[in-house]
Ligand binder design. Sequence first.
Ligand SMILES: Nc1nc2c(ncn2[C@@H]2O[C@H](COP(=O)(O)OP(=O)(O)OP(=O)(O)O)[C@@H](O)[C@H]2O)c(=O)[nH]1
Ligand SMILES: [Mg+2]
Length: 727
Amino acid sequence: MAVRADAGQGAGAIVAEDPTAIRNVVLVGPSGSGKTTLVEALLAAAGVIPRAGTVGDGSTICDHDPAAVRQQRSVALSVAPLRHQNIKINLVDTPGYGDFVGEVRAGLRAADAALFVVSAAEGADGGIDAATITLWEECAAVGMPRAVVVARCDHQRAELEAEIDGCQTAFGAGVLPLYLPMRAGGHLSGLYGLLSRTVGGKPVDDAPEEAEEARNELIEGIIAESEDESLMERYLEGEEIDTATLITDLEKAVSRGSFHPVVPVCASSGTGLPELLELIVGGFPSPVEHPLPPVTGVDGAKHPPLSADPAGPLAAEVVRTSADAYVGRVSLVRVFSGTLRPERTVHVSGHGWTPGNGNGGSTGPAAGDAPGSTGGADHSHDGDERLAHVYSPLGASLREVSSCVAGDICALTKLGSAETGDTVSASDHPLLLAPWDLPQPLLPVAVIARTRGDEDALIKTLARLVASDPTLHLERNQETHQTVLWCMGEAHADVVLSRLRAGGAEVDTEPVRVAMRQTLAKPGRATGRHVKQSGGHGQFAVVHVEVEPLPRGSGFEFVSKVVGGSVPTQYIPSVEKGVRAQMERGLTDGCPMVDIRFTLVDGKAHSVDSSDAAFQTAGAIALREAAAACGAVQLEPVDTVTVRIPDEHLGAVLGDLSSRRGRVLGTDVDDSVTGAGVASGRTVVRAEVPAAELLRYAVDLRAMTSGTSAFTRQFARYDPAPEHVRG
Ligand SMILES: Nc1nc2c(ncn2[C@@H]2O[C@H](COP(=O)(O)OP(=O)(O)OP(=O)(O)O)[C@@H](O)[C@H]2O)c(=O)[nH]1
Ligand SMILES: [Mg+2]
């Protein structure tokens, strides 16, 4: 028995005993295409739930997060298993909205095959956006098996034939329908199987007109992909190839990722659901056939590749972390190798990701350059933890199981240090799985605790959120004194804020401030005089200085031209120290000074009253006096921005960059996917843009290009700020 229903505490939980009896399927596609509703319909059809809930009233298994209910769309990946023909199918629902692409990446990692769900309600193109096409291409690059589901077929605008054509145009080679829609009274009544020439296993006399032509096309497609080369010859000689052979070859081609069936479904009537389940069980690969991520020892030492073997070394990966009010931290885990059992000690290793690292997006200079920004929590951890129970997840509900074999997905609770992306392995055989690619969050949101009492809750909840969501970066800016959350977009920010509030922290947002700098407007001279000699031990230090602004990026230069000991040698470093401290503090508004040469030319000392402290103060005063005499110039950070966009948006993007005071450095063909110099229909624009103008660029660029663009940013330098942006 490969799959069984667990009795006892985990009543109803579906348990796979063998990886070959598992299919992990991720549902991806544009927001609103019907993924969550489809999962619900499949669960109801398989008897996992008594009836399907709806996204509209927030009663689905997958959209259980309060933010998902409020936003009426999925905001996180969710796992729901069902059993069909003695196979455990783990459906991994993902959000289609662009902000949550991190969840899609995790879902792809957890699964062995992908269902691209497009909507018949969107007209002939199924609402297939550029992001979905890019995802398709990425899956193609790694040979991920894929099929296309045309959902929402009950919609009155549904034009299924045009829709199927639209999918072929959008996704390209290898996309072919296995079924044609049958209609009764204008509604989808069933699917005509092109290979079997049946509807629901029964022959019909009213086959769709175009069925034979489509059948031939399908057969030729299958034969072209067949590993049996004699098949093509036999077919061309007129031999009727038997259906069983064709189905076997078709399933092999689907499993290899070279053939992509299109299946229309209607969640409300259930049409297409049995066909879809059959495709998943028969055509999609089991975890045994899916390549596993590379693995090393925790110190990076070489390790032989893993296989989906329940008896192999334990290697599992946290694909999602969430918090449950009752059980605390819940880690959703895909087991790649070995078997997870309750009440064992396991090893949990992180990747040492530090949020903010490599993130070009910083209010000030990029991380590394920025004295003001710190990465936030330290994510490097590596240690043993005790497992309590192992659960089978069904959306938010957890059912206890006695084990979870290689290839399956389960939930673990109370793994205190486990974060999304971490590897869980055996404590006596610790391993580290190579991390997956994650997008950079580029929308800064500054948060502030409403009261002092909320501060503790804010800090604690933030640490937890950052650990669970690798697309959320935390920056504590020491210069602007702001806590900045870097989010993927406004919908992501909304989820983050609602989770912060649910964690007990009353938080408000405030405008994000950009860390400015100052320099001197022109060269000049000044005197720093610190003399206090009325009673007791006095203080005496006088310095005469020359100052001048330096080119951008020069930093600070201190020169001494003192002759004849007018400032005693031991106090010259004191002057420098005082000047440096004043530069860091800034003049009045805490804005540090940069790019200045400070030359000490002369001064006076007193044999008793002069001291290190007195000369530090005199140096600081000299700088303040110099700034008062020469005037100060506000400098703002400027970033180098790289934007990748479809050519048709080039004009709009360039116009918008110039309205952001941007300076375009150049435009080029974006050949990052097509290869050097190969036209791609996309352009890459490089520009320099003041950071203050980029605060909402993530949102605005997406709106301007309908989500088809991407950008990165990297601190370049400071430039004089125009009057209206000066703080
Ligand atoms: N009539 C009808 N409505 C559907 C069907 N499938 C989905 N819908 C509706 O379409 C809307 C979007 O469906 P969802 O299931 O939330 O779509 P999704 O793909 O999960 O969207 P995201 O979570 O944002 O990616 C909801 O209002 C559903 O009720 C269907 O087969 N028939
Ligand atoms: Mg959804």
